[in-house]
Design a protein around this ligand. Structure first.
Ligand code: 5GP
Ligand code: ZN
Length: 120
């Protein structure tokens, strides 16, 4: 998980080199449908700035405002899809024990079915 932005999967999607179903966008983010959805709605909110994980991302300049923008994009999609009343889950997987498989920070938005706790 040491991909540079040149060969990073999500950077390639951000550059349009790999197709994705776009669900939203802002100056600082792109929201896409997960290719292997784990729930009826499974979106990925991706910052345009490459950072390997949440720790690297938060070390960046202006990171708090940028992270707030990611959350705002997730909430906007939740409202648009009308799952803000039934509920949803926001997830940031980090590192190998956290189940992270793509080394570019992203927030999962999962909704549309009941989800147990703790996750498996
Ligand atoms: P992570 O495991 O790093 O938290 O999440 C990575 C997510 O990216 C996974 O849920 C996986 O299904 C998704 N993913 C992997 N490759 C692609 C792809 O090429 N396109 C899209 N849209 N999602 C992908
Ligand atoms: Zn990247």
């Amino acid at each position: 998980m040491t991909a540079s932005s040149a060969d990073c999967l999500f950077c390639r999607i951000l550059r349009g080199e790999i197709p994705a179903t776009v669900l939203g966008r802002s100056d600082r983010t792109l929201v896409i449908a997960d290719i292997t959805p784990q729930a009826p709605l499974h979106a990925l909110v991706i910052p345009r700035r490459h950072a390997e994980d949440i720790g690297a991302f938060m070390a960046g300049k202006d990171a708090e405002a940028e992270f707030a923008d990611l959350v705002a994009q997730a909430l906007a999609l939740a409202k648009e899809k009308q799952i803000d009343r039934t509920g949803y889950r926001l997830v940031v997987n980090t590192g190998s024990d956290g189940g992270q498989t793509v080394g570019h920070l992203h927030i999962h938005l999962l909704a549309g079915r009941p989800m147990g706790w703790p996750p498996g």
